[in-house]
Design a protein around this ligand. Structure first.
Ligand code: NAD
Length: 394
């Protein structure tokens, strides 16, 4: 099949298998070019491993430290007439590259929130790895069915208490206008915490502890975001921010549970980046395109892979926690020398001057690359195998 991008709002409904493979290969090359990572993890479970930060974490662990990885994700397979999701093709490419390099990789496609997937992963760790020494928790999901009650919760991106109006970018048309988001109502806050908070992270760690599958010195990481105060009403102080606060509650609880193993739980505050999850948040894409412009000018721009590489290369043995005990991979984003021009540009930006003040081309190309489009060396006019399988899920 010949595959072209089909964009619907903030999602692309097609994905290119060879383009996704190239995207994965480029991320592997970033890590390899920096040389081997010493003292990184050896056996890693990545929950949410098929796209964005989780995929980058899996790549950095495997190709930086040579770690065996088990990946968990929720993706759709394709056939000869229908594309799979990008995360499916990414995972197929990752496994092929890992096999070529002689690195163990096994993947599970299903609902990470369910008891069934946890049981399958636990059986695989027992069978193949014995224990894991690192667990990355990198889920971004719009809903969660609770494994004990069967209740389904939905996460929403809303301010709390009052509506929020700010500039907004239509990333397809390049039009800057204004958006007003109505405040959370009913159970919005509790439901968002139930989906994106820490309960499921704790359930994973409890399940692994109960089966003695965590190695001495184990470290577990969940990813969070803070950002500048102009986004706080929709992010840090909004429904999603409450869920991120809940991650920090669970991080402290996990620290106690892991202490007998000399283990450690971390919340890692990462940089704002174009991913499938972040492109759905109002206001944030405009901020990201202004941020990319300044960070590229400063030479400090990173993508998910550079962030994940820095986590394992620099912070795994020297975490440099902030005053609240969090790892800060957003340090270069939050540098005042970056924030000052970004915020000044935020106040000035409009549709007419967008191309000068923001890296809109960078935003759009990063977005397309998430789905395997616009990668150098890929023949987009050629037939491609949309039915591509993931070797360990055959
Ligand atoms: P993403 O959409 O690229 O990745 C989400 C992953 O979760 C995918 O692998 C997907 O398959 C998996 N997933 C979703 N629902 C699942 C389910 N029910 N079962 C199994 N797997 C499931 O998102 P991302 O931006 O990489 O976000 C990952 C984490 O990083 C989130 O916690 C997010 O808040 C955080 N974060 C993101 C940014 C950013 O700017 N993108 C910044 C800081 C922190």
């Amino acid at each position: 099949m010949i595959v072209a991008p089909k964009i619907r709002g903030f999602i692309c409904t097609t994905a290119h298998p060879d383009g996704c493979a190239k995207h994965v290969a480029e991320q592997i090359a970033v890590v390899r070019n920096r040389g081997p990572i010493s003292n990184g993890p050896r056996k890693v479970l990545v929950i949410g491993s098929s796209t964005g930060y989780g995929l980058a974490s899996r790549i950095a662990a495997a190709f930086g430290t040579g770690a065996a990885t088990i990946g968990v994700f929720f993706e759709k397979s394709g056939d000869s007439e229908k594309c799979a999701t990008a995360g499916w093709y990414n995972s197929a490419a990752f496994e092929n590259e890992a096999a070529a390099a002689g690195i163990y990789a096994r993947s599970f496609n299903g609902d990470a929130f369910s008891d069934e997937i946890k049981a399958e992963v636990i059986a695989a760790i027992k069978e193949d790895l014995g224990q894991v020494d690192c667990v990355i928790y990198s889920l971004a999901s719009p809903r969660r069915t609770h494994p004990k009650t069967g209740e389904t919760f939905r996460s929403v991106l809303k301010p709390i208490g009052q509506s929020y109006t700010n500039k907004n970018l239509n990333t397809n048309t390049g039009v800057v206008d204004e958006v007003t988001i109505m405040p959370a109502e009913n159970n919005d806050v509790a439901e968002t915490i139930a989906v994106m908070g820490g309960e499921d992270w704790e359930m994973w760690i409890d399940a692994l502890l109960a089966e003695n599958l965590l190695a001495p010195g184990v470290q577990t990481f969940a990813y969070s975001y803070i950002g500048p105060d102009l986004t706080w009403p929709i992010y840090k102080n909004g429904t999603i921010g409450k869920a991120k606060e809940d991650l920090e509650r669970v991080q402290r609880a996990l620290d106690e549970k892991l202490a007998p193993l000399s283990g450690k739980a971390w919340v890692s505050v990462n940089k704002a980046l174009v991913t499938q999850a972040s492109s759905a948040i109002p206001v944030v894409p405009l901020y990201i395109s202004l941020l990319y412009k300044v960070m590229k000018e400063h030479g400090t721009h990173e993508d998910c892979i550079e962030q994940a590489d820095r986590l394992f290369r620099d912070r795994y043995t020297d975490p440099q926690p902030d005053e609240l005990g969090r790892i800060r991979l957003d340090d270069w984003e939050m540098d005042p020398k970056v924030q000052q021009p970004v915020i000044a540009n935020w106040h000035n930006v409009n549709t007419e001057n967008l191309a000068g003040l923001a890296d809109i081309d960078g935003y759009q190309s990063s977005f397309l690359r998430l789905f395997g489009f616009g990668l150098e060396g890929v023949d987009y006019d050629a037939d491609t195998d949309t039915a591509m399988k993931i070797p360990s899920i055959l």
